[in-house]
Design a protein around this ligand. Structure first.
Ligand SMILES: [Cu+2]
Length: 314
């Protein structure tokens, strides 16, 4: 081997080592289980929820592939129930890491985020359908350690949408099991959360500029219903199954998202004019009862919307 080649090999090895050393980190995440009242529509109807950190969905957790997540669940002493945390991004022991935590106690566990993508998290305490239906779920995004590439382009905007079924009788866990009594669909915890067309009380929409690539991280937190995820007046430019850059589909009209599945959806609007999309669960019983989200593509889109900490609109 020539000296020049040896130097090149050594440099490549050093680069890959330093890249790994720099990227892999420990991320500390703490959440409180909170049994509290939340507003489940745009006019302020109250609901006795069970939550992570007091909101539906819980906080967005975002790490990079290879990171170690050190997670602490605190079950506030005011609570009446045991709760737990089940990260779908973790490969651990359901009986150990995901065990329940009693009111007034806390529990810490760690896992390595080995797979890139988007994953649901939820409480797994029994009856599990009730803990999820009452609001104990959220998303963890694991960005690929390789960063953006031609096959996984950097989006101009990102949004999180989490859909779930609304059971107004919060105490009837048997109805939840039988898929009876759900009256509405929630998007990020509210009926028609971002749809001023169907709800005059709605004040927020998703925003982007014409021609921008918008990536939507979608979680189906329904109890017993898949979601037929479709962008009206658009086509999914790409669908990344489980959000993994290796699992890519192109030009998809409607993609079925199973219960507890999360996927990433790219949409690119026409660049030459303002347009609107209605992002729906094309299952009509869900769409017409809350699962419609308006995406406005306009030149004066808020420059901060869909960026940084503004990817989940409360
Ligand atoms: Cu719970």
């Amino acid at each position: 081997m020539s000296i020049r080649n040896m130097i090149a090999v050594a440099a490549a090895a050093a680069m890959s080592l330093s890249a790994g050393a720099v990227l892999a980190k420990t991320v500390h995440v703490t959440m409180h289980a909170k049994e509290t009242t939340v507003k489940i529509d745009n006019k302020g109807t109250e609901y006795p929820a069970w939550t992570f950190d007091g909101a539906i969905p819980g906080p967005v957790v975002r790490v990079t592939e290879g990171d170690t997540v050190e997670f602490t669940l605190i079950n506030d002493k005011e609570n009446t129930r045991a709760h737990s945390m089940d990260f779908h991004a973790a490969v651990v022991d359901v009986l150990k890491e995901f065990a329940t935590v009693n009111p007034g106690e806390s529990k810490k566990f760690t896992f390595v985020a080995r797979y890139p993508g988007v994953f649901m998290y939820h409480c797994g305490a029994m009856p599990m359908q009730q803990h999820i239906a009452r609001g104990m779920y959220g998303i963890i995004i694991v960005d690929p350690k390789g960063g953006y590439t031609k096959d996984y382009p950097k989006p101009d905007r990102e949004y999180v949408l989490v859909q779930s079924q609304y059971f107004p009788n919060a105490d009837d866990d048997n109805a939840m099991l039988l898929n009876e009594g759900w009256t509405n669909a929630l998007i990020n915890g509210k009926i028609f959360h971002y749809d001023p067309v169907h709800d005059p009380n709605a004040t927020q929409v998703l925003e982007a500029k014409p021609g921008e690539r918008v990536r939507i991280y979608f979680v189906n937190a329904n109890i017993n219903m898949p979601v037929a995820f479709h962008p009206i007046a658009g086509i999914w430019d790409r669908v990344y199954i489980s959000g993994n850059p290796k699992n890519v589909l192109y030009g998809v009209q409607t993609y079925t998202v199973a219960e507890a599945e999360a996927d990433a959806f790219d949409i690119v609007s026409p660049a030459d004019r303002p347009t609107n999309n209605a992002i729906v669960d094309h299952t009509m019983s869900a769409a017409m009862r809350g699962a419609i989200t308006v995406l406005m593509n306009k030149p004066d889109a808020n420059p901060k919307a869909g960026k940084g900490d503004n990817i989940l609109i409360r």
